[in-house]
Write a protein that binds this ligand. Structure first.
Ligand code: GLN
Ligand code: ZN
Length: 765
């Protein structure tokens, strides 16, 4: 029997019920009982949905009120001291305090889950950390599933992945060294689960597909040998995903687990090696064939070929079919997309539809292709349609792609020549001031946009409202004496969606929400076809803003890598190809802006770092096409046109060469929270172009005063040639209110003026 397995299901609910319930609970508008009830309803509904679809093992404990890593920290009793935990079972309010902070203490840190856009709560573990079983959640949910008549497989984050993702206050302490004190708690959990008649447990060990240190490799051996010894009759179903096993293949198959799951969407090339190893070690192999990270229908024929191969190698009882990873990263139900273009919709599958695909493939594996002939025919038709559709394949785009030449990805002259041309043109003072682009997105702006989208506000009135906002922002910047102005981006809901909506090759769902962190969900654009730009996207707004002032107006664009990383991408061509298509479309926009007299242009690339592949060996190739794409998008302009870029984070050590290779005339980065320490990478690299280290932490409601910004600039001036420095906030201001922004930017301009005076004085001396 080839079984249909699911590794995990999204928990927010098709109507984002969980988001709404938790947020009401936080506001005090919903009782704890009602919140728990909502959670239970969602679990039961999703379990039933999986059962109805034909999934044979239903994952339990994939549900969470916030995050599965935080659930693990609670289960293991890893609650940092500052939460005043009593050491008994961790209650819901302590759990939420860890996630979000409370009036007494701050939240735990949050970071990206591998290369997804999901964020987990980072365990905080110190030397001598104790672990004790401190939550009954997993057992309660197992019972709940059993009461509902389901065969449940409890899911845990495996011990080595858990420790590898943790951090310690002591930089020299490696949490992985805690493995031996952690395992007894896992053994206790296993024993209890056996009491609930669970013969299987799913251990998520995505770290097995990452680059491993020797300590991590050793930890894998210790952990799983000890668990097998302590609880010999528990079957472990170990899952790996997001990458291939590569050099960890032998290690993975050497561990004493009953079944191993591998991701054949991200790494189809590992199938043969995995089959050989599974045969050698007698392990059951789960084929991760249905993409848990994207929205495309599965190519069932291609998947069947892999299943048949696996069956031939291992025998049908040793093979099952699953998603590539948990379906947590997919939107929930395509059936809700009633307004979507029917042809595009016919190409897609969301989580609910993916369950059916998994079941269909398992059936085909068990009974042969004939048993699923209708599904195969339908799938082949979709594959053919996508291969040939003129909505996907645009010959003009393909021609342009083929005609990209080396001189298109380089500026006409080197930075020093351009710098002179730009200085002659703009005559900016030393320490020029600017902002990152957005200004506060006020209630009125949001209301106007919503009314316009709904059709309650006509285009002309909407335009008038946005223009009024732009006038306000421009006047304010003139009044306080900013040097390079922005229009404030009031017309943009989101920096990627705004461009996706205007580019060909993109579409949008109405309900395709995916959890980003806690109760926050995002609805990524879907790139389905060749990307091109039918019309200018920003020129009208930027030109209007420029018409209001004699100061230079900066045009604002989102870069190709960021647009790619924050969308669902195509799976029928390489990421590089899609990225370059986006770059060509943006290149036209850059040319049009320049033509319209907007000759300072910022291309935001906040996602360049997060796009880094999970394995180091793949970094260079990615960085090469990422840099080329950025340059392709901007290198059409004259020397005197100034290209800015912005990245709102500060860990540049790993990628500083590539940041330098972007060759932007000016880069703005986040540095205020680290007190400029994070400029170090630029200093060590001797970054040659101009740079604006953020002096105002826009993530905090606090209004910085002039002196602290002067102090930060002085710090920066000591390590970077003051002649290259710009003065700007850390990031866009859209989440802040005017009451904070108004004084803060005024202080910032005053700080720049003070720096100029000092510079003059020291030159005179
Ligand atoms: N220009 C964008 C803004 O100011 C940049 C946002 C970002 O870097 N995330 O909002
Ligand atoms: Zn930013």
């Amino acid at each position: 029997m080839v079984l249909a397995l699911n590794l995990g299901f999204p928990r927010v609910g098709a109507a984002r019920e969980l988001k709404k319930a938790t947020e009401s609970y936080w506001k005090g508008n919903l009782s704890k009982d009602d919140l728990l009830k909502t959670g239970k309803e969602i679990r039961l509904r999703h379990w039933q949905m999986q059962k109805d679809a034909g999934i044979s093992h239903i994952p339990v404990n994939d549900f969470s009120f916030y995050d599965q890593m935080l659930d693990m920290s609670c289960l293991l009793g890893a609650v940092p001291e500052r939460y005043d935990w009593d050491g008994e079972m961790v209650d819901l309010d302590t759990f939420f305090a860890m996630a979000r902070g409370n009036d007494k203490t701050i939240a735990m840190e949050m970071t990206k889950w591998f290369d997804t856009n999901y964020h987990y709560i980072v365990p905080e573990l110190d030397k001598g950390q104790m672990f004790t079983l401190s939550s009954m959640k997993i057992f309660e949910e197992v019972m709940e599933a059993r009461d509902a008549g389901l065969s449940a497989v409890p899911v845990l984050i495996g011990p080595v992945t858990y420790l590898s993702l943790a951090k310690s206050r002591d930089e020299n302490f490696d949490p992985v060294s805690l493995i031996e004190s952690l395992i007894p708690v896992y053994a206790e959990i296993f024993n209890r689960l056996k009491g609930y008649e669970c013969g299987w447990v799913q251990m998520d060990e995505p770290y097995l597909a990452m680059d491993l240190s020797d300590a991590q490799k050793k930890a894998y051996e210790i952990a799983y040998e000890e668990l097998a010894r302590a609880v010999p009759d528990m079957n472990i179903f170990m899952t790996t995903y997001f990458e291939g096993l590569r050099d960890n293949l032998d290690l993975a198959f050497s561990l004493p687990v009953t079944a191993l799951h591998v991701d054949l969407v991200r790494a189809p090339e590992q199938l043969d090696a995995c089959l050989a190893k599974a045969k050698e070690t007698g392990k059951h192999l789960t084929l991760g064939l249905v993409d848990g990270r994207n929205i495309w229908k599965n190519d069932l024929s291609a998947s069947m070929a892999m299943i048949e191969k696996a069956k031939a190698a291992l025998g049908e009882d040793m093979v099952s079919v699953a998603g590539s990873c948990s379906l947590l990263h997919s939107p929930i139900d395509l059936d809700l997309e009633t307004a979507m273009d029917p042809q595009i919709k016919s190409w897609l599958a969301f989580a609910k539809q993916k369950l059916s695909e998994i079941a269909t493939l398992a059936k085909g594996g068990a009974e042969g292709r004939d048993a699923i002939s209708a599904e195969l025919a339908a799938s082949d038709k979709v594959a053919e349609d996508r291969k040939t559709s003129s909505r996907i394949h645009n010959p003009k785009v393909k021609e342009r792609m083929a005609a990209i030449t080396a001189d298109m990805i380089n500026r006409k002259n080197s930075f020093d020549v351009r710098q002179n041309a730009q200085r002659d043109k703009y005559h900016l003072p030393a320490f020029p001031t600017t902002s990152i682009g957005s200004f506060p997105q006020t209630q009125e702006i949001r209301k106007a946009r919503a009314a316009f989208k709904k059709g309650d506000l006509d285009a002309a009135s909407y335009e008038t409202a946005m223009k009024k906002e732009i006038e306000h922002v421009v006047k304010y910047q003139e009044d306080i004496g900013m040097d390079v102005l922005v229009h404030g981006e009031p017309e943009r809901n989101d920096m990627v969606e705004y461009f996706g909506e205007q580019l060909d090759g993109f579409t949008f769902s109405k309900n395709g929400w995916v959890q980003s962190y806690g109760s926050r969900c995002v609805k990524p654009p879907i790139i389905f076809g060749d990307v091109s730009r039918p019309e200018p996207m920003t020129v009208k707004w930027s030109s209007y803003a420029q018409s209001l002032t004699d100061k230079p107006m900066k045009g604002m664009l989102t870069g190709p890598i960021t647009i790619l990383c924050w969308s669902f991408e195509r799976n029928d061509q390489s990421r590089e190809e899609t990225c370059k298509q986006i770059a060509l479309a943006l290149r036209d926009e850059v040319a049009d802006l320049e033509q319209a007299g907007i000759t300072i242009i910022q291309m935001d690339e906040p996602a360049i770092r997060e796009g880094l592949p999970l394995r180091r060996a793949d970094w260079d190739a990615y960085l090469k096409w990422a840099v080329d794409s950025f340059k392709l998008s901007v290198c059409t302009v004259e020397d005197s046109t100034q290209i800015h870029t912005h990245m709102c984070y500060s860990e540049f050590n790993d990628i500083i060469d590539s940041v330098g290779a972007l060759d932007a005339d000016v880069i703005s980065i986040e540095t205020s929270r680290s007190q400029m320490e994070l400029l170090d990478a630029f200093v060590a690299y001797k970054y040659p172009n101009e740079i604006g280290p953020g002096v105002y932490d826009i993530h905090s409601p606090r209004i910085p005063n002039k002196q602290e910004m002067v102090d930060l600039m002085e710090k920066a001036s000591k390590v970077i040639d003051p002649d290259l420095l710009w003065v700007n906030p850390d990031c866009g201001l859209k989440t802040r209110g005017w009451a904070e922004v108004e004084p803060a930017l005024k202080h910032m301009v005053d700080a720049a003026k003070a720096m100029r005076e000092k510079m003059k004085a020291s030159k005179a001396a």
